[in-house]
Design a binder for this molecule. Structure first.
Ligand SMILES: [Zn+2]
Length: 992
């Protein structure tokens, strides 16, 4: 799947809502089905028609967009079904998460018939019927057959065989099916057979079934409703990863159970049907009402896992081109195709395929690739073999995207998904515990691909900003989330969904990058080539990958490792966290210790006695030195010694390819500081970023003094790289600082200190904004960093920034065609409102009401929270809870106001005085998030008591307890922050 969005996790917010809603329906269905199964097993008919009767589970529509937002739920959980005498089953293989190894699927003949008609665009009633014949090989004799299936009704089930080994003919035998029942917890369909299947024989399971199509939830088969050419339209698509194929057809839904698939889709003649393979043929079919339907069949797929099966039925247009004989088509709304929005993606796709084919020396095995832009797809993107799916915002490039990061985002995600055609589709991880073998490598190759086509792309800086920064912030010794997990630690299906996270993607990509850095790129690629070749159309474990790297190492004599690749890499992938490497430049002693959040003395005794085998690439005075290894808790490196009288400096972790943080002794930091003040450019940009980020993170977590980090900012007047400024501002001018009025003593000092240093970079970029904003077009780092720079400049009260905000805002209000440059639009809108009054606010509200795109509406909703007039903010919250039908749907407005510069106290009072209405509008659960924001200033027990008193009046017992614990934590954190801020203030006083 596509890499996580900045919000992190992939767990669908719809799932829990859906399943909660379905619990009752399922209970009912279960009772009905229990009665029907006998009939199901007895009924030999394989009639494809949907039986509308009692077998059809009455399914409630899933969450609609128009409903008020609900808080993000935890991982998906199955509805608990009480054991009743009629459905009670003894413990058995259906209680296990993994399928028993009795049968191996070889081939699926799958036919699906969703009843989507162009004139019936309402989702709730839409259902599909299906039929699947699965040829299986029996390994262990069994009279009980388990397949995955969830939310499907079984209409008939038969088992034919044993099949003739010569002809594969199924007519010779038939195994009676006595009972069919569903084990809901582990999502199995169980067939109780009248006689045992024989090991070594093949059988054909013939099942017909039906199920619901959902809208606005992207699991299994789902519907997208959208507007094209001025008309409402619908399209149907599928998403199976990781465990949703079982929502669409009964199957052996594990990644190692690869099979071939012959797929047939029955659809309305006005739609086109797409699947993994090219179309084989088309015919016509009549339903019982005499309506005609088109039957599209597709060529048989290569061996692949169920999670890559894909379909789409749509009324889209496409553009196409041929690359090395492979047909590549991009499908999208007709309007988008006509306007050329798909052209950018089309033009990059073919060359990326060719580059990877050449790099790995393995041809892409399918004759075609379709890529479809779905109007809404919350999985972002999915690499289904031969039928890639994207949310259209991540694939289509519009003219107004010229000044956004869109081009790089599209290139990255397209590269990621094409990378999966090798990592994932061709070679699949043996099970989900090693998902990083798919996602880590697909994420790593995004950067290789972009860099290949654009050698000037600042890949190290972008890797740091997009990948490392986020995961290093989350990872630590006690997070208990290793990149590679033990399969036996998974006990519920929901846990599989949870691992599509930062650790799998970002840490996984960092693992690949670190490997490449110490093996050399050529050895890295040649090992991957042999790994991909050997495991093509098959599955691999993490150890298989290590073995191929080891073979590559053993085949040459140049690169020597201190241990096997497996021992080196297991130390990184099997434990959580990362080491802090400390170099004493006076003695040359280097040591490692685990990184803890908020380290306390003797913390290392608590857990984590393990060490890492750490590759240390390093530079001295700007020159790259040879690789050394820290394979112990400490070691001496005389070559790294520097004396106080010399002008030398040393930096460890060249290009930040190692997954660790670096600390130095006092002298080491001092030397670096001196160099920054003398000639910062002698230190490469990526290392200026590294010094800032490592130092602030280490100081925040008690590894070094905050003053050491602050010292590194003294040189900033000379810093002209906006990405380094970005890192400084993220670390120094935090949101807490901005919105805490208790920080009155720090503000004037910070203002004086930063403005003095900021002027040069400000002048550079404000001139570009005023005079030639188009030159920013391909400057990815600037596009990413400008907002933070402008936000800080205005917050610090830089008159030129406020002036520019007034100008740009006024220009836009009077002539809307004078658009505010996208990279700073948030800041300008915010200051336009903050510096304005009711008139400006009402104007923004009128614009808001006319916008339909969620992203634009969110932007305006946040800007309206920037007002400094208490009564305007109060009125804003009144509007949010009072207007009906709800005007503000995108976000919780109380939260927006609470997060603004002056809004916290107003939001708090509003919340207390209007709790009933707020909870009706946003749900009682929203209080938990609100407390997080409002709590940012809590530092005394009486403040806690005040909040608690309010909470105890309005919350349930269990919610009260969690809020209480939260408030205590917040208070503790705030006391820490207060101490830290006092030291920053003292340091600033000394240095301004
Ligand atoms: Zn992916």
């Amino acid at each position: 799947m596509g890499p996580p969005s900045s919000s992190g996790f992939y767990v669908s917010r719809a799932v829990a809502v859906l399943l909660a809603g379905l619990a009752a329906a399922l209970l009912l269905a279960l009772a009905v089905l229990a009665a029907l199964y006998g009939q199901c097993a007895r009924d030999p008919s394989s009639e494809m028609q949907h039986r509308g009767g009692p077998g059809a589970a009455p399914v409630q529509p899933r969450k609609q967009k128009e409903q008020p937002p609900t808080p993000k739920p935890g991982p998906a959980r199955k509805p608990a079904v009480a054991a009743t005498p009629s459905d009670w089953r003894p413990p058995g293989p259906w209680d296990q998460l993994r399928l028993p190894p009795w049968l191996v699927p070889l081939h699926y003949e799958l036919e699906l018939w969703p009843r989507l008609q162009p004139d019936q665009l309402s989702a709730p009633a839409l259902r599909f019927t299906g039929r699947v014949n699965i040829t299986v090989h029996c390994i262990v004799s069994t009279a009980r057959l388990l397949l995955h299936s969830l939310l499907l009704d079984c209409d008939s089930a038969e088992v034919r065989g044993p099949l003739s080994p010569v002809t594969g003919d199924a007519t010779i035998g038939r195994v009676p099916v006595n009972d069919v029942w569903f084990a809901l917890d582990m999502e199995y369909m169980v067939l109780e057979l009248g006689e045992a299947l024989q090991p070594g024989s093949r059988y054909k399971l013939q099942l017909s079934f039906s199920g619901p199509v959902y809208q606005d939830t992207w699991e299994g088969l789902f519907l997208n409703l959208y507007t094209d050419q001025g008309e409402r339209r619908a399209l149907l698509a599928s998403h199976m990863e990781p465990t949703f194929a079982r929502y669409v057809f009964p199957c052996f839904d594990e990644p190692a159970l690869k099979a071939t698939f012959s797929i047939t889709i029955i659809h309305h003649s006005s739609y086109v049907a797409l699947s993994n393979m090219p179309r084989l043929g088309q015919s016509e079919k009549e339903d019982v009402n005499g309506s005609k339907w088109t039957v599209t069949t597709f060529y048989t797929t290569p061996l692949m896992p169920t999670y890559l099966v894909a379909f789409a039925i749509c009324d889209c247009d496409h553009v196409n081109r041929t690359e090395r004989g492979q047909e590549i088509s991009i499908w999208a709304r007709k309007d988008a195709i006509a306007n050329g929005y798909a052209d950018f993606a089309l033009n990059i796709t073919g060359p990326i395929f060719s580059f990877l084919e050449d790099l790995f020396n393995i041809s892409y095995p399918l004759p075609k690739t379709d890529i479809i832009a779905l109007p809404t797809f919350d999985k972002r993107a999915m690499e289904n073999w031969g039928l890639l799916m994207f949310d259209e915002s991540l694939l289509l490039l519009q003219p107004e995207d010229q000044l956004t990061e869109k081009k790089t985002v599209i290139s990255s995600i397209v590269s990621h998904e094409i990378g999966h055609q090798w990592f994932g589709n061709m070679v699949t991880m043996a099970w989900w515990n090693n998902l990083w073998l798919n996602e880590g490598f697909a994420s790593y190759f995004e950067f290789e691909i972009i860099n290949h086509f654009n050698p000037k792309f600042p890949r190290n800086e972008v890797f740091f900003t997009n990948i490392l920064y986020g995961v290093l912030k989350e990872d630590h010794a006690l997070v208990f989330r290793a990149v590679s997990m033990k399969a036996e630690n998974f006990t519920e299906t929901g846990e599989i969904n949870e691992i599509f996270d930062l650790f799998t993607y970002n840490k996984g990509a960092s693992m690949a990058r670190m490997l490449s850095s110490f093996l050399s790129e050529s050895l890295f690629i040649s090992a991957l080539k042999s790994y991909l070749k050997i495991f093509s159309f098959s599955n691999a474990e993490q150890d298989d990958l290590w073995r191929h790297f080891q073979m590559a190492i053993d085949d040459q004599g140049k690169i020597l490792l201190p241990a096997t690749v497996k021992s080196i890499m297991d130390s990184w992938t099997h434990q959580s966290g990362f080491p802090v490497i400390t170099l004493n430049v006076s003695t040359g002693v280097m040591k490692q210790e685990p990184f803890y959040l908020g380290k306390v003395k003797n913390q290392t005794l608590l857990t984590h006695n393990d060490t890492w085998i750490v590759p240390i690439l390093w530079i001295k005075n700007g020159t790259t030195q040879s690789l050394v290894w820290l394979d112990n808790s400490s070691k001496v490196f005389p070559e790294m010694q520097v004396s106080d009288s010399e002008h030398d400096w040393v930096i460890l972790n060249l290009n930040m390819t190692g997954y660790y943080r670096v600390n130095y002794d006092k002298l080491g930091w001092k030397k670096l500081n001196q160099q920054l003040e003398k000639d910062p450019k002698a230190i490469p940009v990526i290392h200026r970023l590294q010094l800032i980020d490592d130092a602030f993170s280490l100081s925040k977590n008690n590894y070094i003094e905050i003053e050491t980090a602050l010292d590194l900012t003294k040189y900033l007047a000379e810093e002209d790289e906006i990405i380094v400024w970005h890192a400084v501002l993220l670390n120094l001018v935090t949101r807490d600082l901005i919105s805490n009025v208790n920080n009155y003593d720090i503000y004037p000092l910070l203002k004086k200190y930063l403005l003095k240093r900021l002027m040069s970079i400000w002048n550079t970029y404000s001139t570009i904004i005023r005079e030639n904003v188009a030159t920013l077009q391909d400057d990815y780092l600037a596009l990413m960093s400008l907002e933070e720079l402008f936000r800080t400049a205005c917050w610090l009260g830089l008159e030129d920034c406020l002036q520019l905000s007034r100008e740009l805002f006024r220009n836009w209000v009077t002539h809307p065609e004078n658009e505010i440059p996208y990279p700073i639009r948030n800041v300008i809108l915010c200051y336009g409102i903050a510096l304005g009054n009711e008139k400006e606010w009402d104007f923004l509200l009128s614009i808001y009401n006319n916008k339909t795109k969620e992203e634009e509406r969110m932007q305006l909703a946040y800007a309206m929270g920037c007002s400094k007039d208490p009564w305007i903010l109060n009125r804003y919250m009144e509007y949010a809870i009072a207007t009906s039908p709800f005007t503000f749907n995108e976000t919780n407005i109380i939260q927006v106001v609470a997060e603004s510069e002056v809004g916290r106290y107003i939001a708090k009072d509003f919340l207390v005085n209007n709790w009933q209405a707020v909870s009706e509008r946003y749900g009682a659960q929203s209080l938990v998030t609100l407390i997080d924001i409002i709590g940012r200033t809590i530092s005394t027990d009486s403040q806690i008591m005040e909040m608690q008193q309010f909470c105890s009046n309005v919350l349930e017992e269990h919610q009260r307890l969690s809020i209480h614990a939260k408030l205590q934590t917040i208070k503790q954190e705030n006391l820490e922050k207060k101490k830290r801020n006092a030291r920053i203030t003292a340091w600033l006083r000394e240095n301004t």
